[in-house]
Unconditional design. Structure first.
Length: 257
């Protein structure tokens, strides 16, 4: 087995330590300029140019994409308009065909009617006197009906002249006024002087006159619907409108008390 010889260690191969005043080996090496600053500047310029190139490319891609979308939208709009033109043309064609069919049918019907009229001409001539007699009878019936209508209109006019003073009497007697309710078939009946402590306070109801039976749609103050329905049943049975005005006033007075 070999023995360790201290004289053969690496420490024995080292040169003697240099003193502090001895020159350094690094100082004796030649000065080399690697151009780091120039390289850094060139790399910076390259990076800026590369970034600018990327930015131009991105803008170009965005512009091309937007232009593509615009072109696509225009193509779609053109296609839609053409499809609409096609549909309109198809509709016109269909309408034209229907018109032709209708005209053909009308022409056929007209020829048939002409043939039928020609065949019945002699028969119509024979019936002429009878038709004249029927016309005379019809004219007489029309005259009688017109005379009856005139008489009825005169009776209505006379009744209206009689009703006007009566209506004025009930308006004064019941302290009410009749107004429009915004519709031709509705009236608004407004009462005043319902309460001794507040003569100006009003109450009203809307009366529907669009059919034979009266209808009451709204009341203020609100009344019980059952009571209102009872009043409607009475007036639609006896047709006594002034009595309805009196009973409705009483309902309002009772409700407000």
């Amino acid at each position: 087995m070999a023995t360790f010889d201290p004289s053969m260690s690496t420490s024995g191969m080292r040169p003697p330590l240099a003193s502090a005043d001895a020159p350094s080996m690094a100082d004796s090496l030649p000065s080399i300029n690697f151009g780091f600053e120039d390289l850094r500047s060139r790399m910076t310029q390259f990076t800026m140019k590369f970034d600018a190139f990327i930015e131009r490319g991105r803008k170009q891609v965005l512009e091309e994409r937007n232009q593509f979308r615009i072109n696509l939208a225009e193509l779609q709009e053109d296609q839609r308009m053409k499809q609409r033109d096609i549909e309109i043309l198809q509709l016109k064609t269909q309408t034209h065909q229907q018109t032709l069919q209708k005209e053909t049918a009308e022409a056929t019907e007209m020829h048939t009617a002409i043939a039928s009229i020609t065949a019945e001409r002699d028969t119509r001539l024979a019936k002429r006197d009878r038709l004249k007699q029927q016309i005379a009878q019809t004219q007489e019936a029309i005259n009688q009906r017109l005379e009856a209508q005139r008489a009825h209109a005169n009776r209505l006019d006379a009744q209206a002249r009689l009703n006007a003073p009566e209506l004025e009497f009930w308006q004064d007697y019941l302290c009410l006024r009749i107004e429009g309710a915004g519709r031709e078939d509705r009236l608004k009946i407004v009462y005043t002087h319902l309460l001794e402590k507040d003569w100006e306070r009003e109450a009203w109801f809307e009366l529907g006159t669009g059919s034979r039976d009266y209808e009451i749609y709204h009341t203020k103050p609100k009344l019980e619907r059952a009571a209102v329905e009872r009043e409607l049943d009475i007036v639609n049975e006896d047709r006594d409108f002034p009595a309805l005005l009196k009973r409705m006033r009483k309902l309002f007075v009772d409700s407000m008390k």
